[in-house]
Design a protein around this ligand. Sequence first.
Ligand code: NDP
Length: 476
Amino acid sequence: ELADIGVMGLAVMGANLARNAARKGFGVAVYNRHGGRTDELIENYGTEGRFFPSKQVADFVASIARPRPIIIMVKAGKPVDEVIEELIPHLDEGDIIIDGGNSLFTDTNRRFHYLTEKKLRFIGMGVSGGEEGALEGPSMMPGGTREAYARIEPIVTRMAAQVDGEPCCTYIGTEGSGHFVKMVHNGIEYADMQLITEAYDLFKTVYGLDAGTISKIFADWNTGELNSYLIEITAAVLAKVDDTGKPLVDSIVDEAEQKGTGRWTAQSALDLGIPLTSITEAVFARALSARRSARAEAEKLLPHPAVATLPIGQAEIDAIRDALYASKIVAYAQGFEQLTVASQQYGWDLKLDELATIWRGGCIIRARFLNRIREAYKSGGGAANLILEDYFRDAVLKAEPAWRKVVALAVEKGIPVPAFASSLAYYDGLRRARGPANLLQGLRDYFGAHTYARLDKSGKFHTRWSQDGAEVQVSQ
Ligand code: NDP
């Protein structure tokens, strides 16, 4: 008897994916570099299904039915290449290595072509949902060839979360597209979380609410259009009281860590020329939060004006909700624009409605809202910018007055709201046919003879600024 699939790398994610597959009735071969983890898995969960444990890579590979699908779930980066090299000598033509870790998509592109040359198949599969998702059903974003996907489809679509009878897993595209999509998913997650912390900061600092009260506001928001996993767990985190009897959140150090996917998303946006302001501000906000001692030092030298807390009623709560919702729409619109441009640039033919579909369950950004995005891309498939689609346009227009007031209040009180404010700046910049870049072009022409176009004539022009001041036409 042979296993249906193999899982290599049995830390929290790998072990949970292996258990997930076993619980769904698949035979699962398992291997980990240090065999202790393999023993632990079998000892604690061996009865959950049919496991095929091995202590040698050769035995592990031999225990899987051909063509062999092998999920590798090891630390992203060099370990992935090392594990691939370990596997290669034992594999047969057509076997499929599936990298389920958070690999950088350019690494996945490279590995895809490398393994194709060796007549092996490679799938870079983004997996979202954290520990619990991996076990109960994550959102999965597999990229590679369609026929390699067809081999694993019956297994991964069973392992994935299901929403309204549809699996949160679909074929994404070729090369590193699956990991690219997962990367943007994580970027959006950064923006979503930053927006939540900004709303929290306003409630806490401007209105003087305690964590328990703020928790109730988020719980209430979770029953409306903001309904999502992140809003739900925000209410839970804020409600948690520790052993001292005080809200846990008040004792957590205000220093955010990051593993890199948000930074990669921002870097990719710069490469592609996408104004991905919300996600990028979220990355920068984490970076600034991490400079805790520098902030403490600066606060002494640049004392913050005391904020006299304001009274709060339903109108103020609703205003912050509107600001959060409108900013969230901007963040998603920017993320989806990045996906659109990447798809064209890299020739991936991404199906944006399907991405919204598989993000509705299993993953960290799962939300009711994604149904709206799915509909927007399904209708014509060609939403140039999500903000311009009926549902989202109505939502931002409705939220706009409150959004503006909330940002103005934050600025006045000296409370940083980089994601709220940059989303609003993007919105204001987007819905403006004529901005101030005419002056910018004038400056560029002045110091660098970079030329400019004119509204009243076609062609490219240059003014001899420091010579005779005359304008010359440099091209048609
Ligand atoms: P870690 O990222 O902590 O990686 C630990 C695993 O990698 C162990 O099994 C370890 O083996 C193995 N490993 C490390 N280096 C090597 C090597 N050179 N050769 C062989 N094996 C090696 O594990 P996680 O389970 O947290 O994550 C796995 C992947 O999933 C990562 O890419 C992560 O980014 C991604 N991911 C994680 C999520 C999460 O919530 N944690 C969510 C979604 C994706 P050993 O036991 O022998 O040291």
